[in-house]
Design a protein around this ligand. Sequence first.
Ligand code: PHE
Length: 342
Amino acid sequence: LERDLLSQVAAASDEAALETVRVAALGKKGSVSDLLKTLGAMTPDERKVRGPQINGLRDRVQGALAGRREALAEAALEARLAAERVDVTLPLREAPDTRGRIHPISQVMEEITAIFADMGFSVAEGPDIETDELNFTALNFPPGHPAREMHDTFFLAPDAQGKRKVLRTHTSPVQIRTMRAKAPPIRVIIPGRTYRHDSDQTHTPMFHQCEGLVIDKAANIANLKWVLEEFARAFFEVEAVKMRFRPSFFPFTEPSAEVDIQCSRKGGEIRFGEGTDWLEVLGCGMVHPNVLRNCGLDPDEVQGFAFGVGLDRIAMLKYGMPDLRPFFEADVRWLDHYGFRP
Ligand code: PHE
């Protein structure tokens, strides 16, 4: 029996076969268990002889089973290792490009900052939540002035004094902050987020502007035109660009103008520095004497000019993006599509 059992164990080729052998030998009705049961009916003398024999048989079968089980497990592991071995000689699979992309607004802000830095402008900033005083009154929008209505303002809940702060509707309040904080000469640009209650293909409730402000003894309209032309040339990367100054109105500048730049449009493609079409790109003007006075400056001593560019708008124009809404949808495929650098 022993030889038979041990050869069965050795022949078991997997865990299941081995289990069958174990049950046939050591299970409740197994051959070895049957032998063990016979011990009970033996005389003490018989048992003395047969007991160690049968128990020894059981131990050896158990030992053989355990040994075989271990061998099978080891073989299974070897087989798995062999099957899952990495073939380091295989050519590389193309790695997915998981790097982020710079956002067009950040890109345009960087470009503008660099262009104006070359012309001696530094950068100033102010808060998104602004007082009514700085967003409007100090900029020569008297209370109740109709120009306030044109700004589609988001108001915050009034404070204990009944004063309502606003989400700034333009970057111009930082003009006031700058003039109140430092003496002329002033040459700053002011990039930042701005807010108006407006939403369609080319307007989002939060958008971006970049303000420019120059104050000194003799800053004049010719200087303003030169600065804007330099900017447009550098930004749109053209040799020369024609600009058109259309009379306009802003409470904080006088005279005021809206500026168009020359372009051509062929089949939806816009090119700058050529053609006979015009695209509006910014607002500007000479700083209003009232604004200077509101900042403690004497209009007989200093003067200056200001301009305000919609960053989202010029990003759309420069990079040929027809819709503003994806700017704020965080879809990386859209950034990839327009090829922004990582
Ligand atoms: N603040 C104006 C706007 O948002 C733009 C502007 C800035 C105009 C500076 C003139 C001078 O429409």
